[in-house]
Design a protein around this ligand. Structure first.
Ligand code: GDP
Length: 297
């Protein structure tokens, strides 16, 4: 299943973002810790080359902690300032002011040399839809500034927000990019709800998820759907079994895969399957990002 999603309003938003980037010292990119590579917009690397960069691994509460840590190290080595957060929880943002200061040290020093004593920092918050940008801004700013929702595309138009005396944040609409080079990126983004569900074949998407879970998180399936799944290593049989367990049976007695798929997807998105990460750090021995989608076809 080759998923692509780049509606017209995003191309326009991208032009605005590029323009507004000239105004900021720092780019804070929010990604989903369950698939940081897939949810990182590659366009940002090209148009924010000369900016300080913070990468927030959000929804860390839903991700596999061991892998999130590896991603944090991986991005730190690439020159990003990184932090794992749960944007709904203010406590997880406590260290962010220090990180921002650290990331902006070169700019602050440059300004001090120019005689600007308490230079303010201007930062742009970027991220694809549904990664939690608005939730992050609301938690960090301490009041409800940005609209949140669990549907992509709630945030529209760029907006400046003052945080204390020193920091100004520029909120931006969630955008994807024109072409997902690898099939797995589209699948992962669909799984985390960053792509409009209406353009997705949910049954196929969930079939892929089950293949992944059977291979990497079999115990999560057993814990959620019961012992009868134990030892079953074929995704289609797992699909059947869950369908039966959840009473998703059509009139003639066949499994109602659409109904079953919706239940499984909802369970995954809401963390009811436990802490699950959909990819590994590129280049690591357990790098499955590139291979898994092909191997599991
Ligand atoms: P945006 O489109 O990037 O602005 O995303 P939103 O801020 O609207 O968040 C999308 C959904 O994810 C909402 O239902 C949020 O409550 C939820 N959410 C945001 N951050 C987190 C997080 O760290 N953990 C969990 N579990 N849910 C989150």
């Amino acid at each position: 299943m080759n998923i692509q999603w780049y509606p017209g309003h995003m191309a326009k938003a991208k032009r605005n973002i590029r323009e507004d980037l000239k105004l900021v010292d720092l780019v804070i990119e929010v990604v989903d810790a369950r698939c940081p590579e897939s949810s990182r917009n590659p366009d940002v690397d090209s148009f924010a080359k000369d900016k300080s960069r913070i990468l927030l691994l959000n929804k860390a509460d839903l991700a596999d902690k061991r892998i999130t840590q590896k991603f944090a190290d991986y991005y730190a080595k690439k020159g990003f300032y990184t932090m794992e957060i749960d944007a709904r929880n203010k406590g997880s943002l406590k260290k962010l002011p220090n990180l921002i200061e650290e990331a902006c040290q070169p700019v602050i020093e440059k300004n001090l040399k120019k005689g600007i004593k308490t230079p303010s920092i201007r930062a742009m918050v970027l991220g694809i839809p549904n990664v939690g940008k608005s939730t992050f801004i609301n938690s960090y700013v301490g009041r409800s500034m940005a609209k949140t929702g669990n549907k992509p595309g709630v945030t529209r138009g760029n907006q400046w927000i003052n945080v204390g005396k020193r920091l100004q944040l520029l909120d931006t609409p969630g955008i994807t990019w024109p072409k997902f080079e690898r099939e797995i990126v589209g699948l992962n983004l669909a799984l985390i709800g960053s792509i409009n569900d209406q353009i997705i074949n949910i049954d196929e998407l969930v079939f892929y998820l089950l293949k992944y879970l059977v291979r990497y998180y079999p115990s999560a399936l057993i814990e959620r759907y019961g012992d009868t799944l134990s030892g079953i290593d074929e995704a289609i049989r797992v699909f059947d079994e869950i369908g039966k367990k959840r009473g998703c049976i059509k009139k003639g007695g066949d499994i109602d895969y659409s109904k079953t798929a919706k239940i499984i997807l909802d369970d995954f998105r809401n963390g009811r399957l436990g802490k699950i990460t959909l990819e590994h750090t590129p280049g690591s021995t357990d790098d499955v990002v590139a291979s898994v989608a092909d191997a599991l076809k």
